[in-house]
Design a protein around this ligand. Structure first.
Ligand code: GRF
Length: 187
């Protein structure tokens, strides 16, 4: 199988990045992680890039033309899929359009419920019976693109912000690679 080149965008811890790198080692996994982009030089996730000798770039988002810099990098590394894994910057409409239908995001709720931040708090405040994660295509509206995959678990009485986050992330590590397999199986 000829693997496509994927770029993972991160801002923080990079645990989803870690799981994607690990899954991408499977020869049958449709993509290889060829580039990692972070908007924060202190992002812990960059360690996974270093450990696995994957090229990474820290982007200075204070620069007006930073998205053009990213697009040039994506071209250089022949990237055909972008995975947003905890990337905390909003991409411009122009950027999203130029990568139409090839940007995925993982979100820690069962979209369309609880778009944006503080999902676990909202889940607890609303006494949700179940929650989970969603991997979706990115469009011009926040957390609103077509859903590829969702994974669900039941909220327990003893759950708190931390346990909800842990349980959700455990599902994300499975959901993101599965979503990638699913979109390439279809095409
Ligand atoms: C993930 O849990 C995801 O739901 C959200 O950001 C978090 C990033 O975590 N979009 P990590 O950096 O992958 O550990």
């Amino acid at each position: 199988m000829v693997k496509k080149n994927a770029c993972v965008f991160i801002s923080g811890f990079g645990s989803n990045l870690k799981s994607l790198i690990s899954r991408s080692r499977d020869p049958n996994f449709p993509v290889r992680i060829s580039l990692i982009i972070s908007n924060r030089s202190t992002a812990k996730g960059l360690l996974h890039a270093k450990k696995n000798s994957i090229p990474f770039v820290v982007i200075d988002t204070a620069k007006n033309n930073y998205e053009i810099i990213i697009l040039n990098l994506l071209k250089k590394y022949q990237i055909t899929l972008i995975c947003l894994a905890g990337y905390m910057k909003i991409l411009s409409n122009k950027f999203i359009k130029s990568f139409n239908n090839n940007i995925l995001n993982v979100h820690p709720s069962l979209l369309p419920k609880y778009k944006g931040l503080n999902t676990f708090k909202k889940v607890l405040n609303n006494n949700e019976v179940k929650t989970g994660c969603t991997v979706h295509f990115v469009n011009e509206k926040l957390d609103s693109g077509k859903i590829i995959i969702q994974k669900v678990f039941y909220v327990e009485k003893k759950d708190n912000l931390k346990t909800l986050k842990d349980k959700t992330q455990q599902l994300e590590y499975k959901a993101f690679p599965e979503a990638i397999i699913k979109i390439y199986r279809k095409n």
